[in-house]
Design a protein around this ligand. Sequence first.
Ligand code: GLP
Length: 241
Amino acid sequence: MRLIEKETYQEASIAASQLLINLVTQEQDPVIGLATGSTPEGLYKQLVANYQAGNVSFTSVKTFNLDEYVGLGPEHPNSYYYYMAQKLFNQININQTQTHLPNGQAVDLASECKVYEHLIANAGGIDLQILGLGGNGHIGFNEPGTSFQSNTHVVQLDASTRAANARFFESEAAVPAQAITMGINTIMKSKEILLIVTGNGKAKALKQLLNQEKNEQFPASVLHEHGNVTIIADQAALSEM
Ligand code: GLP
C-alpha cells in the first residue's frame, strides 16, 4: 500500500481529485467506484471545480456507489442517492444512465444485490474504487466479521456505525438498521483502490490498519492483499503514528 501524507483535509482532497482526474482523462471508458460519508465531500468539491474550470469531462465515465441504506429512496435527504446527486452528479456532465447505486427500496433485496454485482461485471469491473474508513475498520458498510469472500449483500449496521452516522439524521433511532453494500470481494476485484483517511477521529483506525495483519474483524485490513492501493491521509489522521 502506498501512503501519501498531506498536511490538511483540503490538500488530501486535491490529491485524491488529481488521481481520479488522471484516470478519467487517460482511460477510454473509466469505471469509478464512489463512496459517501464526510470524507469524500472535499474530493467531490474539487471534481466539480475542475469540471467548471474545463479541466475534466465525465461523458465517458460510469460510476458505481459502494452502498445505500435500505428503505431510503432517492428523495430522502439522507439517502446516498440524494447525497451523490447534490454533491456531485447534478453539478457535472454525467447523466443518470452512467451512474449506479444499489436500490435500497427494492422489494427483493437479495435479487437487487445480484443485479448490482452483474451490472459492475458487465461494465468491465471497477477501474478505481474510492473508499473511506469507518472508525471500526469498515469499508463500504462491511462491518467487522464480514467474510472477505462476500459479494454485494444486505447488512445489519453495527451500533457504532449507526451512532457515527446519527449526525446526519434526527436521531440515532432514525438511522436505518440495514444497508446494501458491495462486499469485500466486490471491492477487492477493483483494479485500483484509493482509500482517503482524514481527521483525528480516524487516527486510531488508520494506525490499526497499517499495523494490522489481514483479519476479518478489521475489514479494511484486507487491503494489504491488494496489489494497487493508495492511501491518502492528512496529518490529523496520521497523528497516532
Ligand atoms: C459510512 C459509509 C462508508 C464511509 C464510512 C466513513 O458509514 N458507509 O462508505 O466510508 O462510513 O464515513 P465518514 O467519511 O463520514 O467518516
